[in-house]
Design a protein around this ligand. Sequence first.
Ligand code: SAM
Length: 392
Amino acid sequence: MARNSETIFTADNLELINQVGLLGAKADLLKLSSALRSQGRSPESVTLAISQGRLRHRALTKFGTELASSMLLTEAGLEQATRSEVANWHAERFIDAGLTSVTDLGCGIGSDSIAFSKAGLQVKAVEADLATAEIAAHNLSGHQSAEVIVGTAETHEVDTEACYLDPARRKLDQKTAGRVMLQPEDFSPNLNFAFDLGSKVPAAIKLSGSFPHELIPANCEANWVSHNNELVETILFFGKLGTQGKRSAVLLGQENLEFSGSHEQAEIQDLGAFIYDPNPALVRSHLLGGFASENNLWGLSKSIAFLSSNSEIHSPWLRGFNVLEVLSLDPKRISKRLQELGIGILEIKKRGVDTTPEELRKKLRLKGKVSATLILTKLGEDRRAILCQPIG
Ligand SMILES: C[S@@+](CC[C@H](N)C(=O)[O-])C[C@H]1O[C@@H](n2cnc3c(N)ncnc32)[C@H](O)[C@@H]1O
């Protein structure tokens, strides 16, 4: 990408941004600002450096220290960017498929493109928004194998072996957002364009974790991905990047795990000695039933994603609890029992009941040094509070 002669990111401003470094919540911005002003820096340069310092600090959890300290960022770009560990996994998939080049159609600030380039792929990073493209060009400037191009996905002529798309979701106003069915044209680039591309070249299309199953085309592999126990995306792999029709839950962490299977309902039985909270990728992928039957687990109520067993199971896919007692979901009774047991430190989890943990907590008047977990859920058709303790 040609250098923008009107850029705010001049050499002087870049030097100031690096000098300011990362600014956490405790940074004294007034003091910093007046110190920089007294060194003769312009108000615009100081504002820019401080806002980049704030954003770089917020970027730490997504990108780690080295990247966060060197990238240029925007508020929206950071919010939409893929976490480094997830982007590295995307890149691994392209390498494992034997691909050597990729076009990132809508590269944003460049998080995925950086990972592709680091993994050894030739990268064309296309971005429609000029200011964002300028930032991507800075972020990819140390990567000889990457080129940033200002343009639209729909008009760019792809000349690489594969494509990657992370479409931006059109902003709906709050009222509409909850009600309307998501449509392919609610994304930019448009999903019909993206899916069509996937039927022609190997492509990966990143979507939100809550993307509706019914909009997923049959000719791709779909993965629901969790990182640090958080559902971060649904990603579709087309062509040699995946296996048509395969559906998997993926857990990224110290080691990357995958569970594949078909959609089936978990068998429903009575509560056993242990209750398990499954990883959100298993739940959202609708593969929980298959996982349950492979691991001798069962469900407790239809459509509610807690599992149970009489054996203690340690699995990265599950958070397990030892069941102590089952109580009726009556705040007075729960409060009395917790006081008898000296339970004053309480984690409250809920699924399938409308009681809000915050409201219940206020009514419990917790006192005591013992800690426990209270799971509010349905056992069959009955609403219950299950008192339990996490297994080690
Ligand atoms: C979700 S962000 C990409 C984030 C990126 N994967 C990352 O990890 O940093 C989507 C980007 O696509 C760009 N975009 C939207 N529509 C586009 C189009 N039709 N052509 C090219 N870029 C587009 C937006 O400006 C935005 O920067």
